[in-house]
Design a protein around this ligand. Structure first.
Ligand code: ADP
Length: 569
């Protein structure tokens, strides 16, 4: 099983922030990866919304309150002044004298100016018919007739005792200012009713309101910044331990079993740290137990195999001897001697394979490297297996466009791998031709063994490197394999830092590709020989010459064929 990789959260680098075009992507990535950034952003957005609503509400409430208070004050002021003016008018005895009435009106104006807190006063006679007696209408700067709406005129004229008010913009010399006009009737003896208007400047109140609103916004924005800073500090104290826990668990997952979390204090994070450490302790001890157990098992297999070797050698000698003399036995005994000899041979191979596997498990295999030409090695193996191939009526073809130059490898092991692959191809090749391809590139050399025999189902391909696994136990066997051949071959490929890949399709045959890196280390590039051969029929192969430097024809690959890769990890 490949070791689990440490999962580390990659953050956008500083250079990514320099280019403003990558900002949206960097921000989105920060949003996905950083809990702190996400929480601060959500906190700030919600706080800003809450503060905005509160500020607007407060500003409106204050505005309303200020206006209400000023309006009440203005109404009271105007009422007081109007009543004083009316009292002056009522007390006077003018008896149809126009001069007296004019004087009276002047003193009423003085009273109004004195008693009220405004000097914007206007009066208009209600009855518009010309009269010698009636004093003239008057207005003051800021309260001209066009400031007073027709509706206001109508309202004041409609009721002699009612006070009316209206919000207006007063055209003062410094520009229009917000104000209130209060209107009421004034009864002038012998003349009749006058509309009396007093205008009040609300500029002061609006200044106060502006000041209050500015203060509110400054306080609101400061609050948002403050809350952001506080959240950042508070979150730091939570996210730093969480980040530590994430890093530590990633290290644990990648196999560093000794890592632990620092535990500080008694809070929930300390409890998390303690639980995590307890879990890591338990995992470490269980893995150690399992490792010990597996070591014991490996030793047991190795010891048993070793122990069996000596008696088996004796049995083998005895069986050989008996087998050599089988012509002297009756037919039944001779057959038994033959069978005994074959099974003892099989037993010996199995024991050798078991010992080899136990050496892999113990990690005690050492490669004996020497520069070797893979193409020549393949020729050797083909030569040594020619007889077996002929027995099966199989034609072996070598296609080697590359792979002649020597590469550091353990030739004994690589030969064993090629023998195993070729043996399997002959065994399961149904007597059809087998094509061995050798090729190389700058990074690797590779050898492919392609047969056109039985092939395997996709689920069988998945298991082909498993120990003691065979696709179909009922398949007739002539070589008498142990079921360990491919797992040993995979072990050999991995020891070289290479890989052994397989493609197989039921009825279309199989293709095993061994790839070895040229410079040692690990394979980083695809194999020079594709594992999916892509050739669709033997006819394609029949067109190929025996040892000509050509690659296998590439036709369209099928989708139902299964491919598995072993090695490299
Ligand atoms: P063995 O050949 O000793 O049984 P291997 O590990 O070499 O063991 O192979 C495991 C199994 O994989 C074989 O039993 C066979 O069922 C299947 N197999 C291997 N090579 C081929 C092939 N070229 N074609 C079809 N099946 C194969």
């Amino acid at each position: 099983m490949p070791p689990a990789r440490a999962v580390s959260a990659t953050r956008p680098t500083l250079t990514a922030w320099r280019d403003w075009r990558s900002w949206p992507e960097s921000l989105a990535s920060l949003w996905r990866r950083s809990l702190r950034f996400r929480t601060i952003l959500v906190t700030l957005a919600l706080t800003a919304l809450a503060i905005l609503v509160a500020c607007i509400w407060m500003a409106l409430a204050i505005q309303n309150d200020l206006f209400q208070a000023r309006k009440d004050q203005v109404l009271a002021d105007s009422l007081r002044a109007t009543q004083a003016a009316q009292a002056t008018l009522d007390a006077a005895a003018v008896q149809g004298d126009s001069i007296q009435i004019q004087n009276l009106m002047t003193s009423v104006r003085d009273t109004l100016a004195e008693r009220s807190s405004t000097d914007m006063i206007a009066a208009f006679r209600i009855d518009r018919t010309p009269s010698q007696l009636a004093p003239q209408n008057f207005t003051t700067p800021g309260l001209t007739e066009d400031v007073i709406s027709a509706g206001m005129h109508d309202a004041v004229q409609s009721d002699p005792n009612q006070q009316w008010w209206q919000s207006v913009a007063l055209p003062l010399t410094e520009g229009p200012v917000p104000g209130i006009i209060v209107g009421q009737q004034l009864m002038v003896p012998d003349v009749g009713g006058y509309e009396l208007y007093l205008a009040y400047d609300l500029g002061g109140a609006s200044q106060t309101l502006g000041f209050v609103q500015t203060t509110l916004w400054i306080v609101g924005i400061s609050l948002i910044v403050l809350i952001g800073a506080i959240s950042w500090f508070v979150l730091r104290s939570v996210t730093i331990p969480i980040g530590e826990a994430a890093d530590t668990s990633a290290k644990l997952a990648s196999g560093e079993l000794g890592v632990r979390l620092p535990v500080r204090g008694e809070d929930e994070l300390a409890t998390l740290g303690r639980s995590f450490n307890a879990m890591a302790d338990s995992i470490e001890s269980q893995i150690k137990e399992l490792a010990d157990l597996s070591l014991v098992q490996q030793r047991f297999v190795s010891d048993v195999s070793h122990e069996l070797r000596t008696p088996l050698t004796t049995i083998r000698l005895a069986a050989d001897m008996i087998n050599d003399q089988r012509d002297e036995f009756d037919p039944a005994t001779a057959r038994a001697a033959e069978l005994l000899n074959a099974q003892v041979q099989r037993f010996e191979t199995l024991l050798t394979d078991l010992l080899e596997i136990s050496r892999y498990d113990a990690g005690s295999v050492q490669l004996e490297l020497e520069p070797t030409s893979l193409a020549h090695l393949a020729e050797d193996v083909i030569g040594s297996m020619q007889q077996l191939a002929e027995q099966h009526g199989t034609d072996i073809r070598l296609v080697a466009p590359g792979g002649y130059s020597p590469v550091e490898m353990d030739p004994r092991r690589v030969r064993r791998v090629v023998r195993n692959l070729l043996g399997n191809a002959i065994e399961h090749g149904e007597g059809r031709p087998i094509v061995i391809t050798v090729d190389s590139d700058q990074q690797a050399v590779a050898l492919g063994v392609r047969d056109f025999g039985l092939g395997m189902k996709p689920e069988d391909v998945e298991r082909v490197f498993d120990r003691f696994w065979r696709a179909d136990p009922s398949r007739t066997r002539t070589i008498g394999g142990t079921g360990l051949g491919l797992s040993i071959a995979l072990g050999d490929a991995r020891l070289h830092g290479g890989e052994l890949a397989v493609w197989s399709d039921l009825g279309r045959g199989s293709n095993f590709v061994l790839t070895l890196p040229r410079q040692g280390g690990r394979l980083r590039t695809p194999s020079p020989i594709p594992v999916d051969p892509g050739d669709d029929s033997i006819a394609a192969i029949d067109d190929l010459g025996l040892t000509q430097p050509i690659t296998v024809l590439t036709l369209e690959s099928t989708t139902d064929a299964a491919t598995t890769r072993g090695g490299g990890s």
